[in-house]
Unconditional design. Sequence first.
Length: 159
Amino acid sequence: MDPRYWRALFPIYLFIVLAFPAGMLALELVRLPDTTICGLRVLTGLDCPSCGLTRAFQAMGRLDVAGAFRYNPLGPALFLGTLAFWGYATGMVCTGGRLRLPAWWRRHRIHFAWVALAIFLLVGLGRMGYELRHPSPPTRASQYAPYRWLLPTDSGAGR
């Protein structure tokens, strides 16, 4: 990699190298609430394609693949992809930007990205379709601070 280009990208790679372990440690130290902040989930009661990924990553951090799969079917694969990218970023930082990706990856990376996006959306739509056929009890927006403005007000009730 060109040294000028590497100097520009170094802070980004260093951030990735430091942020992934810090994020995984934070997931272990912070207890996740049993509520959701997903706008689609609050408004429609349906999971969005990324619902459950945080908990799936947390389960994968504990090597609980079955639990991660229950939270989001793509959780284990996305975790492994993130881990591979973190390993690449770590290699780039350690070698001063001289680590090269294999030629087959450089040739087909845009195709992999489109296929991954398509799989992500298809699985998300499949989860939504399943939930439409097997509905769970609706959630109330009052539990979620960002969405309290959606609830009807009780002004005038009891007069």
